[in-house]
Design a protein around this ligand. Structure first.
Ligand code: GLU
Length: 497
């Protein structure tokens, strides 16, 4: 085991065979937070040894996702570090060297068994009902000089680890699952180097984790069954075994492994759907961890301060899109109007290619007012686009929601409501065109007309916005501007009966 006084070094080691998925992102978050909470080092390593599935493009997608998540790494691609290379494909000579050293020390050996021989041995073990059906250790005792001669003569070989026969149980002291015991006999003298000259995952990962001085390995519990084999490699290499923490899978609401069927699965999809990075990280961090069992909003700084492995649950976590939306909305609502305008509103309006129409001044105060009006009604950043559309549409091009027109403009009294509104608003000049002044001007209308508030204000709203939902009537009209409001009220009279 690593000494508890050793400075913490953790790594996130994605294989660039696809996008960064939510499960991988949560593993990255836990590693990052654990490093930050312990004043340690967070390393990013690219496990790109699978040549058929790893691509540079996928690596770039993962790096972009990591940056969007705000998980800054202290060593790895782009930042370098003293423990490079940080790409496994650049480490092939290191793996070979390590494997050959183990052979020279008698801790690993060359195996010349052909696939046909291995298959025949397996069948025979099955037939004689041998409880051990793994590799029969055929080549374990070949004289090393003879083995070397066969290798030199060009005979195909793999390299296998020599699991000590008296090793007994291998116990993984897992920080999440507790002690998990595996029978060393079942482990087999497994292959560390394939006949094509490439290292296996269980070997390459340990060579790297050992040379990088990784103290804690936090990863998905789909790797728990690999861990006893990896412990055998640490022991053979004479390297201290790190602390393991295997975190549970993320499941969909139906209890099945999260997949496309459940909706978005990659970080990119969530980013593009308009989730805030802080909210997304907050949500994912709670899938299996909680500082106190109740907090929902946990800012990044708190996560980086309080994350600990003792509070990680071993039960599977269930992805809950409603909770994610709730947390995202909490983050949006906590922003100042100015921040909301700068980081959400303006970029979204820009992305939607909205251009101001007619005469209107969109100054900072206008954006702040729009931000304060829309913020409480926003769950995802992109929600602002539809809500602001009426402000970027020419008066004669405003599209009306049919149902809203029928309900609010098609009824008796609507025409009176519009007429009296025009009268009441015309007297306000440009300078007095504020939400408060507009509300004050409209307030007496229901009583004056002897009509309910809805019957008066909804026709006005539909006339200006095109639909029946919008922020308060004062803000809605103030934002649209005096000339546009009056023109739209006039136009909507044509829709009344
Ligand atoms: N590249 C491996 C994976 O993505 C890393 C597993 C590990 O953390 O050891 O599954």
């Amino acid at each position: 085991m690593t000494d508890s006084t050793t400075p913490v070094r953790v790594r996130f080691a994605p294989s660039p065979t696809g996008k960064l998925h939510v499960g991988g992102a949560r593993t990255a978050i836990y590693n990052w937070a654990f490093a930050r909470a312990n004043g340690g080092t967070f390393i990013l390593r690219i496990d790109d040894t699978d040549p058929t599935r790893s691509t540079d493009e996928n690596t770039q997608v993962i790096l972009r996702a990591m940056r969007w998540l705000g998980l800054d790494w202290d060593e790895g691609p782009e930042v370098g570090g003293e423990y490079g290379p940080y790409w496994q494909t650049e480490c092939l000579p290191l793996y070979r060297e390590a494997a050959e050293r183990l052979v020279a020390e008698g801790k690993a050996y060359y195996c010349f068994c052909t696939p046909e021989k291995l298959e025949a041995d397996r069948k025979a073990a099955q037939e004689r009902k041998d409880p051990f059906q793994g590799y029969q250790r055929t080549c374990r005792d070949i004289d090393p000089a003879e083995a070397q001669a066969r290798v030199d003569a060009g005979e195909p070989y793999t390299i296998r680890i020599k699991v000590p026969l008296d090793r007994g149980d291998v116990v993984v002291h897992d920080a999440v699952h507790g002690d998990v015991t595996f029978n060393a006999r079942e482990l087999d003298d497994f292959i560390i180097f394939r006949s094509d000259g490439t290292p296996t995952y269980n070997f390459a990962t340990v060579v790297d984790d050992a040379r990088m001085g990784i103290t804690h390995i936090i990863r998905g519990d789909d790797h728990l069954s690999n861990t006893p084999r990896q412990i055998m490699v640490y022991e053979a290499l004479g390297a201290p075994t790190p602390t393991f923490a295997h975190i549970s899978m993320i499941l969909g609401a139906d209890g099945k492994k999260l997949s496309k069927r459940h909706g978005a699965t990659s970080v990119e999809e969530y980013r593009d759907a308009g989730y805030l990075s802080d909210a997304f990280v907050n949500y994912l961090s709670l899938l299996g961890w909680s500082p106190d069992g109740e907090s929902t909003v946990i800012p990044r700084e708190r996560l980086a301060r309080e994350f600990s492995l003792d509070h990680v649950s071993k039960n599977p976590a269930i992805m809950d899109p409603k909770k994610l939306d709730f947390i995202n909305a909490e983050y949006l609502h906590a922003m100042s109007d100015e921040e909301f305008a700068d980081t959400v509103l303006i970029p979204q309006l820009h992305a939607a290619d909205f251009e101001p129409v007619g005469e209107c001044t969109h100054d900072a105060a206008w954006y702040d007012l729009l931000a304060s009006a829309l913020k409480p009604r926003t769950t995802l950043s992109a929600d602002v686009v539809e809500q602001a559309r009426y402000l970027y549409t020419a008066d004669d091009e405003l599209a009306y929601d049919e149902k809203a027109v029928k309900k609010w403009l098609g009824k008796a009294g609507a025409s009176d409501a519009l007429d009296t509104a025009i009268e009441a608003l015309e007297v306000l000049d440009e300078d007095a065109w504020t939400p408060e002044a507009i509300e004050t001007a409209l307030e007496p209308l229901p009583e004056r007309l002897g009509m309910g508030k809805g019957k008066v204000f909804q026709p006005i709203r539909v006339a200006v916005v095109g639909g029946a939902a919008s922020p308060g009537i004062g803000e809605t009209l103030a934002l649209a501007g005096r000339a546009h409001v009056l023109a739209r009220l006039e136009r909507a009279k044509g829709l009344t009966q």
